[in-house]
Every structure is written in C-alpha cells, then in structure tokens.
Design a protein around this ligand. Structure first.
Ligand SMILES: [Fe+2]
Length: 244
C-alpha cells in the first residue's frame, strides 16, 4: 500500500507530462477555483516543471498546515485511508499518468492527488471537516450501506464539491480542479446543481465519468456543521463500532 517515491525513476517524459498538465490547469482552472483553493495553491508555490518530490514538499506543507503527503501505490483501503486523514497524512499515488491519458486518467495519479487535493489542506475549516468526517467514518466501515453514504459524501465534496463565492459557482473538489471536462461541465446547464443537502447527497449514487449532479455549499462551515446530521443519520441506521 505505502510506496516510497523513487524520484530518479521518473523519466524526462514523466516530468514533461506533469508540466503540460500543470500549465494547462494553472491557466484554465486555477483562475476559476474557490478562494480557499487558490490561497493554498499560491502559498505552496509548486514547481510547474518537475513532479513534486515528496520529502522536500512535505517540509513546505508541514510548515503551513501540519499535514504531510505519503506515497501510496494506488487506492488505499477505507480503514487505513481514514486513519491517515485523522493523522493529517494525505495519500498520494506516486505514479504519473501516461501521455495518452492527459485528458482523463483512469486512476488517480500524483498530479491529481497533489494539485487536486493538497491546496485545500491549508484551509482550517475544510481540514476540520476532513478530520471529523474521517473519525465518524471509522466507526461505520463494517456496514456496506454506511460505506456507500460515506463514499458519496467524500465524492461530492472532496472530489466534486462546488461553493458559491461572490454569486459565482466555483469548484473546490479535486476531481473538478484537475479535469478540463468537469470544469466545462459545471459551466453547462446540462448538469444539475443542488444546494448542499446531506440527506439528498448521501442518497445520490456516484457516477464515475462526467457528472450529471453536483452539490453546492455556501461556505465551509456548512460542510463541517453537516457532520452532526451525518452522525445522527448513521446512528439511527447502524450500530457504530467503539470510538477510535
Ligand atoms: Fe481524488
């Protein structure tokens, strides 16, 4: 599961892939992303030309928010995943996508994980949401239906989350921020954008390709406060394991 980044194994073409993706996202997406995302992105001052080096990047990241990233080989099992988040460690796939996957990578890669998710780790309220969400989640992983609920909340926030800022809809979710197609999609009228409603959200199935539905928050406190409702819903339907 954990995989040490062997930096010398990236080829010049791998770094070039990073550079192409980075510049394309910076020019088109970053300008339209939420203020919290942009704030984190600007502070981190990530090198546009070279794939992030985990150890040196962690010194910068830790100094801003206490988080670190940790190399993994791919998707992390639920329990370990939430344990990492509780401990303020964000899993980052060490591989980078192939050149033919520039527009759509089937699996998360280091570009998606770092550029999509890490800047938001500098926002304290959002981090409180992630950590408390993870603590709650850890107690319900033995119920498949609860895992569906939890996966949907993760999906429609950390991956596909939208926020209203200055009367505009802006993405804070990493899967939108690292996808040209999703960015275009949120601007179209074809996709439905619901106001954030925790009950509706956890009952909306995940769609892996281009989204037909999104949920819009008004601010990050709303997200954090929704965890009380999430916990109540889970307690009513399932028996939690002891607190960890
Ligand atoms: Fe992601």
């Amino acid at each position: 599961m954990f995989l040490k980044q062997e930096y010398n194994r990236y080829s010049p073409q791998d770094h070039e892939t990073w550079s192409i993706l980075f510049r394309r996202q910076r020019d088109t997406v970053v300008k339209s992303a939420s203020a919290a995302y942009q704030d984190g992105y600007n502070k981190l001052a990530i090198d546009p030309d070279k794939i992030v080096q985990v150890e040196t990047f962690n010194e910068v990241l830790r100094s801003y928010c206490g988080w670190t990233i940790r190399g993994v080989s791919g998707l992390v099992p639920n329990k370990e995943f939430f344990d990492m988040l509780i401990n303020r460690q964000f899993p980052v796939t060490v591989f980078i996508r192939k050149r033919e996957e520039l527009d759509y990578a089937k699996q998360p890669d280091i570009f998606h994980d770092v550029i999509g998710h890490v800047p938001m780790l500098l926002n304290e309220v959002f981090v409180s949401f992630i950590v408390d969400f993870s603590r709650i989640s850890r107690r319900y992983l033995h119920h498949p239906k609860a895992v569906d609920y939890l996966s949907r909340l993760y999906w429609f926030t950390l991956e596909m989350g939208l926020i209203t800022e200055e009367n505009k809809i802006k993405p804070y979710g990493g899967a939108i921020i690292t996808s040209k197609d999703e960015i275009n999609n949120i601007r179209s009228d074809i996709s439905k954008k619901h106001q954030f409603d925790i009950w509706k959200l956890i009952n909306t199935p995940i769609k892996l390709m281009i989204q037909t539905e999104y949920f819009i928050i008004q601010n990050y406190n709303q997200l954090f406060n929704s965890l009380k409702d999430l916990e109540r819903i889970l307690q009513e339907e399932f028996t939690p394991s002891p607190a960890v």
